[in-house]
Every structure is written in C-alpha cells, then in structure tokens.
Design a protein around this ligand. Structure first.
Ligand code: HEC
Length: 309
C-alpha cells in the first residue's frame, strides 16, 4: 500500500461528527467508510470486487438486513468509476442498472461498517470524573486533578482560549479553522476544507444522494454549506481532544511531534503565508507545562484487565 497525505483521525466518537475526515469531504459515517475502501493509498479495492466478496461470504447476513442481493453474475472481477483506467473502463462496460446495483451494495457495506463504528464510544476520563464531582459537590473528587492540571484547565478555558474551538463533550466544535499549521511539504499548501466542500457537494454518497436514507430536509448541514468561503482555505476540522496525549504526532499531517510543541504553537502563533485564526496566547513556560499536564487528564481511564489463568 501507499502513503496518504494526511494523518488518520480517531474513530472513537466519530459517530457525532457532521462531517468526516480532516477536510470534511464526507457527511456521514457510512459515506466516510467507503472512502478508504476505494482509495488507492489505502485498501485500493473496487466496489464491484467488494460487492462480489459480500455476495460470496456474507450473503445471508446481508440479505437479512438489506434485502435480496442483485444478480452479479457475468460481471468483470474489478470495476469502479474511480480506480485505474482498466477498472474505470470495466465500469463503463456495465449497464447503468448494473452500476446502480453494485453501488447500492457498496453503500450498504458502508452502512454496516458505520453501525459498528457507532459503538466505539469514548471511555470516561479523569476530567469527566472531576467535573461530575464538582457538579455534585463531592468534595472527595476535588483531588482528582492536581494543582498543575487545575491551572492548565484554567488556561484552557481562559488565557489560552482553547475552549473557543475545543468545546462540548468531545472537545470539538465540529467546525473548520485555519490555525496556521505549515504544510507537510514546504511550498505545497494543502487547501483543506476549501477542496473538501466541493468534494462533499459532488459526492454521490452524500446526504442528498440516491443511496441516502435521509429525507432532503434532514440534510441541513449540506443544504446550508457556504460554497465559496475564503476562510476555509487550508482550514481543517477541529479534532476532538479525548485521548489526545496517547496519539502523537499531531495536526492534519502529523506536523507537530509533541503536545509541548502544540502548546508552543498556540502560544507563539507564528505568521504563515495564509490567514490564521490564532492570535498568540503568549503563555509562560510554566503555563505551557500546566496546559500540557491538563491535556493528559483527557485520556480514558483503562481498568486493569483481569489476569488470565
Ligand atoms: C480557532 C480554533 C482553535 C483554537 C482557538 C484552538 N484550537 Fe486546537 N485545533 C484546532 C484545529 C482546527 C486543529 C487541527 C489543525 C490542523 O491540523 O491543521 C487543532 C489541533 C489541536 C491539537 C492536535 C490534536 C490532534 O489530534 O492532532 C491539539 C492538542 C490542540 N489543538 C490543542 C489546543 C489547545 C491546547 C488550544 C489552546 C491553547 C487550542 N487547541 C486552541 C482549532 C483550534
């Protein structure tokens, strides 16, 4: 397999994102799941090959949920409207009805994957327990964060202004911002959301598309999408911060290696070629350390697994 241009986003809690991927080029969990399957840098498969595999291996399970499998006999082994010239030519050789049937099986595969991904919920963190304690006036819980971490929390909410974008249960506003992160390859800017908007609008698997189960009026996010917003140039989705200390490197292409350097970036807000929404937070060394310590309280508490005999 090949190397992609972006870092993998966490799947835990992804069920709550109105837009998926760093540039939001997909608008549902099921449509997202289809992307990597046909991406040459990831699974590199074709939708026809996936449909044939499903028919061979999972037909009863498939039919119990989605109804009868179409008759896929007599079709080539590999075909997709994306993919290599040969795979695209094979796709064009199929009738419109066959194409439609294969795309539908493929879309249903995404819906099954999405159903599983919905079960991946974030685990409780020390911050969750602390907040619960404060809200219920449980004095014993006040000690769950030490003085350094509490000061980090104060900076997160106040001087650092992190809460402006990293808010809500997952610590993300689910929006897109340019925070002045330099492109992975100097001189080759990644336009991020600006391209993502065009892609999601043109996606045959989007909320308004023929494979969607949503009614058009349920597709508000897509219906009200600003189409030509310059602020979206090189803007990326605000990542949620749960478990952030466990998943270096950071940013859309892993440009920053440690949380200490992420926090330094926000403190200095270096000037970039383009527009950045970040103003320097101008934190002292000890404030930066406190903020990093606070970010460590967002990790899920892992219970000790019972010893196996
Ligand atoms: C204007 C909105 C905004 C503000 C304010 C903001 N962030 Fe972010 N944050 C983002 C976006 C967008 C990204 C992803 C940027 C990218 O990859 O280009 C990000 C990425 C991060 C990451 C990397 C997470 C990962 O998985 O890669 C961390 C950690 C982080 N921010 C912490 C903070 C802290 C701490 C503050 C306050 C000092 C802060 N952020 C303020 C929007 C914001």
């Amino acid at each position: 397999m090949d190397t992609g241009a972006r870092r993998t986003m966490p799947v835990v809690g992804a069920a709550y994102s109105p837009f998926l991927f760093w540039d939001g080029r997909k608008d549902s969990l099921w449509a997202q799941a289809l992307g990597p399957l046909e991406d040459p840098a990831e699974h590199g498969g074709t939708r026809l090959a996936f449909a044939l595999q499903l028919k061979t291996r999972y037909r009863p399970d498939y039919e119990a949920i989605f109804g009868a499998m179409p008759d896929l006999s007599g079709l080539p082994e590999e075909a997709s409207p994306l993919g290599t010239p040969l795979q695209r030519a094979a796709w064009r050789s199929m009738t419109e009805k066959e194409q439609e049937e294969v795309s539908k099986v493929f879309a249903n595969m995404g819906k099954a994957l999405a159903a599983y991904q919905r079960t991946l919920q974030p685990g409780e963190s020390r911050l969750d327990q602390y907040i619960e304690g404060v809200v219920t006036h449980n004095v014993q819980a006040y000690g769950l964060l030490n003085a350094t971490e509490k000061n980090g929390l104060r900076i997160f909410l106040g001087k650092g202004q992190c809460i402006t974008c990293h808010n809500g249960p997952l610590l993300t506003d689910h929006h897109f911002h340019n925070t002045g992160i330099a492109p992975r390859i100097p001189g080759q800017p990644d336009l991020g959301r600006r391209v993502g908007i065009a892609k999601v609008r043109g996606d045959e698997f989007n909320c308004l598309g023929r494979f969607s189960d949503a009614r058009p009026e349920q597709c508000e996010e897509l219906n009200f999408l600003a189409r030509d917003d310059h602020a979206m140039t090189s803007a990326f989705k605000t990542p949620g911060l749960r478990n952030v200390a466990l998943r270096a490197p950071y940013m859309h292409a892993g440009q920053i290696t440690s949380l200490a350097d992420v926090v330094r970036h926000y403190s200095q807000a270096p000037r970039t070629d383009g527009h950045s929404e970040i103003k320097p937070a101008t934190l002292t060394e000890s404030e930066m350390q406190d903020l990093v310590a606070f970010l460590g309280t967002l990790s899920a508490i892992v219970e000790n697994e019972p010893q196996r005999e």
